[in-house]
Design a protein. Structure first.
Length: 155
């Protein structure tokens, strides 16, 4: 997925069994973020940052949707544990993650594996990607502030 590309229409099913489609979100901007695993320290910090600043993101016209390979029940527990009020897509077969380009080779401790690349896509009202925060740019504890800083300086 690159800047200028349209996100897929079928995004997936969230933690509550709701089908999330980008066409249902037309007219609203979107923070679509991928994260490696629910309830790990970095992913929890990132989700809590987004939840803490959700009202301000919404004031700027953005909805938030997270996506990981976790099951719907794991996503549901993650949302409940941290009072997350936005949808978390359970992309267990990595279809959406692969379409987004958020699934790929990761190197850790000298080993190469396939996994989720922590990435955030800012999507406009028409479903077009306007900005991408790459994995090395994301600071999980302050990610919402990074997004808000970008939004405010971009306008």
């Amino acid at each position: 997925m690159n800047i200028g590309d349209r996100i897929p229409d079928i995004l997936g099913t969230d933690q509550n069994g709701n089908l999330i489609k980008s066409s249902d979100l037309r007219g609203r901007k979107l923070v679509l973020y991928s994260y490696p695993k629910a309830n790990t320290s970095g992913c929890t910090a990132e989700a809590c940052s987004l939840e803490a600043h959700l009202a301000e993101l919404r004031q700027n016209g953005y909805e938030v949707i997270g996506v990981s390979k976790d099951s719907a029940s794991a996503q549901q527990k993650f949302a409940a544990s941290h009072n997350l009020s936005f949808p978390l897509i359970a992309d267990t077969d990595t279809t959406l993650l692969q379409q987004l380009g958020a699934w790929g080779e990761k190197k850790m401790y000298g080993r190469t594996t396939m996994g989720i690349l922590r990435t955030t896509y800012l999507v406009n009202e028409e479903g077009i990607v306007e900005h991408i925060f790459q994995p090395k740019q994301i600071k999980t504890k302050i990610h919402a502030e990074q997004i808000l800083d970008y939004i405010k300086t971009d306008k």
